[in-house]
Design a protein around this ligand. Sequence first.
Ligand code: ATP
Length: 208
Amino acid sequence: MQQALGIYGGTFNPVHFGHLALARALRDTFALSEVRLIPTGVPPHRTPGVSAMQRLEWLKLSLISEHQLNADDREVRKGKVSFTFDTLTELQQEQPHSLLVWLIGGDSFAHLPSWYRWQELLEMGHLVVANRPGFDKLPADIAGEFAKRYVEASPQALARGKISVLPTPLMPVSSTTVREKLARGEDVSNLSPIAAILQQSGLYSKNT
Ligand code: ATP
């Protein structure tokens, strides 16, 4: 079978249980030997006090006991927002024999036409979409691509230019919910693997 590398980019501001569940599901559904979770290098002013390095460290902590899920610091090291197109190009150059299997949520997928070189992106690997509100209302251009490229999710279906849907239930958790709850001083232990650290840090509290 073809060698394949799972790729899951996100802001992870902060990491939540949905992120972990999706990364595991990507690994298991496609029998991948590795999934790279790649935090963006978004500048810290988006959330004062929370640097890209901090988000990366939290992600690494969350992955300590996970098998074959690894944090990749390339975008954080760049220190600025990096296009998915550039990240996939780099990874493909590093692993020329691997098929890139990249994951995004249904809300991100609906906005794909606003991404840098999005049509080329669709040709760069096998795209996997996780169901999320927004996926049910796709704009015409992206709905057309989905219909043309869709294949059922399985290791045998992996191929460049194809799109599959991850067979997971809807997961209502988001980083926004985690941040909002922390700002209200509420417990987030059912939402994030690093809840205790987040709560003690006070970083997302209203006063920071
Ligand atoms: P925020 O609430 O700050 O927008 P988020 O929860 O969407 O954050 P990100 O790190 O921005 O988290 O997400 C990375 C990717 O994972 C995106 O493509 C997003 O759509 C997807 N994603 C995150 N959480 C879920 C979820 N619960 N279900 C499906 N997809 C998700």
